[in-house]
Design a protein around this ligand. Structure first.
Ligand code: URA
Length: 434
């Protein structure tokens, strides 16, 4: 078998056999097939796509390039929720304790943030001494006690994805839907769960800018999961503005804690309630959204979900008192207020621009090597649909280093789009694909 013949076949839009996929991926991992041939193959996939059978096999082969995490000692209904990456996305912080409080457990691998989107690891690492589980044993111990099983990615999880992703990054093949689907699902299938819920963000701040692309990506990921016997559901959610009010790290942990005390932003609440509803429905515990809502309301009102978050933080090495005393979190030195210079209704808050405004003051990473300043971030004072006058406070920027503060402020001003008419009926849950 020769790599060039496999590339030729994909160029002609013919379906590859399992043996051909084995040859290509094993050869690339062992560095017997060079980057230039893999690049050419990836571009052929970009233009010609992959069939269901090819994509499923390709994904499993990617997964099996490294460690997989399967348990025989976690006796829960295990839910893996994955977000395709948003701005202000603190869903995992809130969702884990709620799923646990209603009788399930989360098992998922979490990552660090890069570019304009944040990562769950960075948010939790705002808490002094907090350490994510790095071994299966640690995850099982904490998940058995709290129902929250989060683990950081290691280099041994799907190493082929790291290698291929780096190549896609420099060969203009990142935005290929089958390649994104296999990249995400290879990592989802590397850790055991009963149900995978994919929160596919749609809009300005998201990987998928249009509903059509989001639908196609969702359909491909659901197809992969379901065809290997892992129930998979995609929830398409709105990213035409950041989720909630805070964008950063420590401040997103605070917003998550406040949500567990019942103080929610509407959009965050809608997304979290929908995901919990879907999990309860698939577990066979509820039929309607209203039934699920009552169950969730109850574990918020009785403090059970908050208590589980506190325990999870303590077992991960942090001080659980943080849920009552926010001064235990890193605090920024200065605040800059940003005022509107327009009048009307806010029609959009460009999430990507807001993510970048937070990144340039240190809340995110421009490159993988950058250090995050956990204390800094943005607080939105207005959301889409709100009315503004000239001079109204629209956002606060919390910072330590003033180096990029002016460009951050300009990005915030540019992000707020003001129009004459109020946007009505903002939908946060756009579609469900299963
Ligand atoms: N996230 C991933 O893990 N992989 C992609 O290809 C894109 C987003």
């Amino acid at each position: 078998m020769r790599a060039v013949d496999i590339i030729e076949k994909k160029k002609k839009n013919q379906e590859l056999s399992k043996e051909e996929i084995d040859f290509l991926l094993e050869g690339y991992l062992k560095e017997e097939i060079p980057d230039y041939q893999m690049s050419s193959f990836l571009m052929a996939v970009y233009f010609n796509n992959m069939t269901k059978e090819e994509l499923t096999y390709f994904t499993l082969k990617m997964r099996d390039s490294g460690d997989t995490i399967f348990f025989n000692n976690l006796d829960y209904y295990l839910v893996d929720k994955h977000s395709t990456g948003g701005v202000g996305d603190k869903v995992t912080v809130v969702l884990g304790p709620i799923l646990s409080a209603v009788g399930m457990a989360t098992t998922k691998l979490s990552g660090k943030g890069l570019g304009h989107t944040g990562g769950t690891i960075d948010k939790f690492e705002s808490i002094e001494n907090f350490k994510f589980s790095v071994t299966k044993e640690e995850l099982v111990e904490i998940a058995n006690k709290t129902g929250v099983g989060l683990m950081g990615y290691s280099d041994n999880i799907v190493p082929l994805d790291k290698k291929i992703y780096a190549l896609r990054d420099v060969t203009a093949t990142v935005d290929s839907i089958p390649l994104i689907a296999s990249s995400i699902m290879s990592k989802k299938l590397a850790i055991q769960s009963k149900l995978i819920i994919l929160d596919v963000k749609v809009g300005d701040g998201a990987f998928m800018k249009t509903i059509e692309d989001a639908r196609e990506l969702s359909r491909r990921m659901v197809e992969i999961g379901n065809s290997v016997g892992r129930k998979t559901i995609a929830v398409l959610t709105n990213m035409e503005e950041p989720l909630g009010y805070s964008i950063g790290n420590a401040n997103e942990i605070i917003e998550g804690i406040e949500a567990l005390k019942g103080n929610w932003s509407n959009d965050l609440k809608e997304v979290v309630y929908e995901i919990v509803y879907l999990a309860l429905k698939h577990k066979g515990e509820v039929e309607t959204f209203e039934q699920a809502s009552k169950i969730i309301d109850n574990v918020i009102a009785n403090g059970k979900a908050l208590e589980l978050l506190k325990e999870f933080i303590e077992l991960s090495g942090g001080n659980g008192e943080v849920v009552n005393d926010y001064s235990l979190l890193p605090t920024p030195k200065s605040v800059l207020e940003v005022y509107s210079n327009e009048e009307g209704y806010i029609t959009k808050i460009k999430a990507e621009e807001i993510g970048k405004a937070a990144m340039v003051i240190g809340a995110g990473r421009a490159t993988k090597e950058d250090e995050v300043d956990h204390a800094v971030g943005l607080l939105l004072k207005k959301k889409v649909g709100d009315k503004v006058q000239v001079g109204d406070l629209i956002a606060e920027i919390y910072y330590n280093d003033s180096k990029n503060i002016e460009s951050s402020k300009n990005m915030v001003l540019d992000a707020f789009v003001v129009g004459k008419n109020k946007v009505e009926n903002i939908k946060n849950i756009l579609e469900i694909i299963e």
